[in-house]
Write a protein that binds this ligand. Structure first.
Ligand code: CA
Length: 224
């Protein structure tokens, strides 16, 4: 498993590198955005840890460029507490997750495990509900002749909603399965991704909706 760490705080980058290597990962370090981008463009990584504030090219620009170039390596953004705006922007432009500094190494390892966990789904059965089908191979949802691509987390959430179609998926289930943690502070992430999914369903003019069951979770509704 190869991991790229793009972080200009050299002490932090090296500490993270040492811990990941200790866990058996192959690690490359880059200390500015340009070098990070060059490494990332090789597509040789299973996961990229990407700082936002970086010399030469910031992390969000690196991320956007990668996604334009169709490099779909999972990216975990490393953000300072003050960068909430950037965090939302980052999720919007294709990050899969983020960690707020300072983070514990345990938390980091849990995220990486969640990110690199292989999916165990039968490849040829695309789950569907109402007029919506999830294309497992393409990572898209389709409705009639239209389709829209999903980010990695959106995809995982849609998959969970579809697998229990009509039943409630709790925030806790999302957080445990997708973020690999059981921390209530992740519940905001769930809300952010649900809002992305709702936007995409409405782009498709689907009759399927994601209903909120306040205080509990979410479920699909609107199948005819
Ligand atoms: Ca930085």
């Amino acid at each position: 498993m190869n991991i790229l760490v793009v972080e200009d705080e050299i002490g932090l980058a090296e500490a993270v590198g040492a811990i990941l290597r200790g866990e058996g990962y192959q690690v490359d370090l880059a200390h500015d955005g340009e070098v990070g981008l060059q490494y990332a463009l090789t597509g040789d990584y299973d996961c990229i840890l990407l700082d936002i504030m970086l010399p030469k090219m910031n992390g969000l620009d690196v991320l956007s460029y990668l996604r334009v170039k169709e490099i779909e390596t999972p990216v975990v953004l490393l953000t300072a507490r003050s960068e909430t705006e950037d965090k939302i922007k980052g999720l919007d432009c294709g990050a899969d997750d983020y960690l707020t500094k300072p983070f514990s190494m345990g938390e980091l390892l849990a995220r990486i495990r969640a990110m690199t966990r292989r999916k165990t789904v039968a490849p040829d059965i695309n789950p569907h509900y109402g007029d919506v089908t999830l294309d497992l191979k393409k990572g898209e949802i389709t409705c009639g002749v239209s389709s829209v691509a999903l980010g990695r987390k959106e995809f995982q959430m849609m998959e969970m909603l579809l697998s229990q179609a009509g039943q409630i998926v709790t925030k806790e289930q999302f957080v445990t399965k997708i973020w690999g943690s059981n921390d209530e502070s992740e519940y905001n992430n769930v809300e952010v991704y649900i809002s992305f999914l709702r936007k995409k369903l409405s782009t498709l003019h689907s009759s399927v909706q994601i209903k909120t069951r306040r205080g509990i979770g979410y479920c699909l509704d609107g199948a005819k």
